[in-house]
Design a protein around this ligand. Structure first.
Ligand code: NAP
Length: 311
């Protein structure tokens, strides 16, 4: 029986592991991946984590893991398939084992949201991608389109513009949501073309002249102001239309908001005593690495308080 099981090894889970080991709590971190579910490691460059300007997501994730391991944190690489959180003993059932603890920290994070247009599923991996840093290298000197107007879309477009001959950015409004510094950087690039107030309505494997090539060849682009639809020839489609919380494995037990985020304030306390939420899976104002690590630290402090009271 552990003091705390931490589900997820992204920044929130890593910070929780560091704080838990320093607090001498017996703890494990369970994740199917080495460093979280990909949001951090898929980021080419992070420029707003204090003290480490310009670090790559991969390097930051590795550093966090090394830090936690150096302090003695124990990581289990396994897929969580089910949780039983309502009783005094919190059970986490993975593919290989069952783990029990007095408390649990849910730091399972979030993943990319689907666009939901025809061709998206069909051509996923054949021209449709959700990760520019993973797949961008396939599009050297090619034409790509990025869909979205948030930090991820703009970062992806900047990254792709280094290698692609042309990058279209399709955004449904005439103003980007991304941080101003990213916007300025994007809009200064000569090979980036903005498609404002527009939407991709279909992803196709045939060129505008009708030839089918079995992978992405074009998208249908709709001007949302005029309603006009026209084909846009592209080699790759990068979808960055936001994130969706990875809360399904606790969903029927904890209170959630309508977006599926676990309801918890900065103490991490959820609707079940002894269960805490940290990072992107929690309803909160700002989803950043710096707020995720703060959540991890806060959640461990709440765990300590809970264990003291339970004695
Ligand atoms: P986001 O900030 O929620 O932006 C999603 C974008 O996609 C928005 O521009 C949105 O348009 C658009 N969108 C949503 N649904 C759409 C649809 N069905 N069709 C077309 N467009 C759609 O998501 P994100 O960029 O993935 O970022 C996720 C979180 O991580 C955010 O909190 C972000 O701040 C954070 N993050 C931070 C950094 C950083 O600080 N460097 C880097 C990466 C991520 P509207 O603008 O019209 O809503």
């Amino acid at each position: 029986m552990y003091d705390v099981i931490i589900i997820g090894s992204g920044p929130a889970g890593m910070a929780a592991a560091i704080y838990a080991t320093r607090a001498k709590l017996s703890s494990i971190v369970i994740d199917q991946n080495y460093v979280g579910g990909g949001q951090v490691v898929d980021t080419y460059e992070i420029d707003n984590y204090p003290g480490l300007p310009g670090i790559s997501g991969m390097d930051l994730g590795d550093k966090m893991r090394e830090h936690a391991e150096k302090l003695g944190a124990q990581f289990i690489t396994d897929l969580v398939v089910r949780t039983e959180l309502t009783g005094p003993v919190k059970k986490v059932i993975t593919e290989k084992n069952t783990y029990e603890a007095k408390t649990a920290i849910i730091a399972s994070g979030a993943t990319h949201r689907k666009l939901g247009v025809p061709g998206e599923e069909e051509f996923s991996g054949r021209g449709v991608s959700y990760c520019a840093t993973c797949d961008g290298a396939f599009y050297r000197n090619k034409v790509t389109v990025v869909i979205g107007g948030g930090d991820v879309a703009v970062e992806d477009a900047i990254f792709l513009a280094r290698a692609c001959s042309k990058v279209y950015v399709v955004h449904r409004r005439d103003e980007l949501r991304a941080a101003k510094v990213l916007q300025d950087n994007l809009l200064s690039l000569p090979n980036v073309e903005m498609c404002w107030s527009s939407a991709v309505t279909e992803i196709l494997d045939h060129t505008p002249d009708g030839e089918s090539i079995g992978k992405v060849a074009s998208v249908m682009l709709k001007d949302l102001k005029t309603g006009d639809v026209k084909p846009l020839p592209v080699d790759g489609v990068f979808i960055a239309v936001g994130i969706t919380p990875l809360s399904a494995l606790v969903g029927d037990q904890l209170e959630m908001n309508e977006g599926g985020y676990i309801i918890a304030d900065e103490t991490g306390e959820t609707s079940i005593p002894g269960v805490f939420a940290a990072g992107d899976v929690r309803n909160k104002q700002l989803r950043q690495i710096v707020t995720a690590v703060a959540d991890g630290a806060n959640a461990v402090t709440s765990v300590e308080r809970y264990l003291l009271q339970a004695k």
